[in-house]
Design a binder for this molecule. Structure first.
Ligand code: ASP
Ligand code: MG
Length: 432
């Protein structure tokens, strides 16, 4: 069970999580930092890099006060409260001491790790106070990156399994934090606790990986645009991966792979409504079903047209190299014999890219576009789905259509101003 920052964001929420975790039976729990903490730690890091000791101390003091307040609300006994306060003081004294040292990346990672260390310590002491036989296993003892900065699944397995050998009712560990190949403290990047959960679940061969958030991710719609939406109860891992790009706040994209390859289902659940069924993600396709429609704004389309492209080879490579050199990823692409259109969402280097593309052909740009993605069983041997999607667009100017890139998606590119109409028409056509 992984609980996100808002799910452990206050004393009351921590108590609710403790009950959920303890009631769930044989179980390993992964926690994020309390919400806002990692952001504040990043602020402190910025002060420390800038050698602004006052700014750092101010921010450290504010964050420490917040923790001390939470602790006063969390525990019933003075003993637990005192023990936790002592831990909090050690953590914040440790961070404060860094204002006197030369600050480097190694210290930065140590500072960023404190949020998860705090939340798990607080939870451990609370569970013990509640009489739960809990064992806190330090993520820094088993979560390891290899020389490429990728999680080292063999190392993780080998070091985690002995740690959970001693009998406990509940095991608890930190999300997000790990050690790198040099054994320094490191992390799995922002939002990385989902990734921890997936890696740990795969390592122990869990029955299921549960990602608990406080947003109803399965019903993640904007009711101003489409009414009468329904929650998605089941997704294939590949469908979840298609949706992850759209920032559907359901699952961190990196979380999908380890669970998918270990064939362990991931269940998304809502801490505010624990008995709701949630959404199950696994490797089983639902044949003949369209699941969801997602949209992303602020897309730019670049078109390059050139008669030199006709019958030439290597043309696309030259075009792609320009995007690569500006570290800009292409999301959607359509080609004809004499032209190619590509969509990007990161327009920071748009002018430079266009400038270089002009070497190879006539370039035009459309801004303020919207990428819409229909996700479901789009196996090409099925008949009718692409026709239904296009039928929904019959009144709407469509700039690009992408079909056949994967078995799970059809993409459409329309003007941002047509987004609402397009989404409503698709919803009627596909789900009514
Ligand atoms: N605490 C980390 C963050 O805020 C990791 C996580 O929440 O998943 O990014
Ligand atoms: Mg978070």
């Amino acid at each position: 069970m992984k609980f996100g920052g808002t799910s452990v964001g206050s004393a009351a929420r921590m108590q609710a999580v403790a009950r959920l975790a303890a009631d769930a039976g044989s179980n390993l729990v992964v926690l994020s930092a309390m919400s806002g903490t990692t952001n504040t730690l990043e602020e402190i890091v910025a002060y420390l890099y800038n050698r602004n000791a006052d700014g750092a101390k101010d921010t450290i003091a504010r964050l420490e006060a917040k923790y001390l307040k939470t602790i006063r609300e969390l525990y019933a006994t003075e003993e637990a409260q005192k023990q936790c306060e002592a831990y909090v003081h050690t953590v914040f004294d440790g961070i404060s001491a860094l204002t006197r040292e030369l600050f480097s990346q190694v210290q930065e990672k140590i500072v960023l790790a404190q949020g998860e260390l705090l939340s798990t310590k607080m939870m451990e002491l609370y569970l013990k106070e509640q009489g739960v036989n809990v064992l806190l296993i330090p993520a820094l003892d088993f979560m390891k990156l290899d020389a490429q900065g990728e999680p080292d699944q063999d190392y993780i397995c080998e070091h985690l399994l002995p740690l959970i050998a001693p009998k406990a009712d509940l095991y608890l560990t930190q999300g997000y934090i790990c050690r790198n190949a040099h054994d320094e403290v490191d992390n799995l990047r922002r939002g990385g606790s989902d990734y921890t959960a997936s890696l740990v679940g795969a390592a122990i061969g869990a029955e299921e990986i549960q990602i608990w958030t406080d947003i109803d991710g399965m019903h993640n719609n904007d009711p101003r645009i489409v009414k009468d939406t329904r929650a998605v109860r089941h997704l294939h891992f590949d469908e979840a991966a298609e949706l992850a790009y759209f920032g559907a706040k359901i699952l961190h994209p990196t979380c999908i792979q380890p669970a998918k390859y270990a064939n362990i289902p991931v269940r998304l659940l809502n801490t505010m409504e624990p008995s709701a069924p949630g959404t199950l993600i696994d490797n089983k396709p639902d044949h003949g079903t369209i699941k969801a429609v997602a949209a992303k704004d602020n897309i730019a389309v670049i078109k390059i047209k050139s008669s030199r492209m006709l019958l030439a080879h290597g043309f696309l490579r030259k075009v792609f190299e320009i995007f690569e050199s500006f570290r800009t990823s292409i999301d959607m692409i359509c080609t004809s014999e004499v032209g190619v259109s590509m969509s990007i969402d990161d327009t920071r280097f748009l002018n430079e890219i266009v400038h270089h593309l002009k070497k190879y052909g006539t370039v035009s740009v459309d801004l303020d576009m919207c990428l819409i993605c229909v996700v479901g069983d789009m196996d090409w041997e099925n008949v009718g789905f692409e026709a239904r999607v296009l039928a929904a667009m019959k009144e709407i100017p469509v700039r690009m259509v992408g079909y056949g890139g994967s078995n799970y998606n059809i993409s459409l590119l329309v003007k941002e101003e047509d987004k609402e109409r397009a989404l409503q028409a698709l919803s009627r056509q596909l789900f009514a």
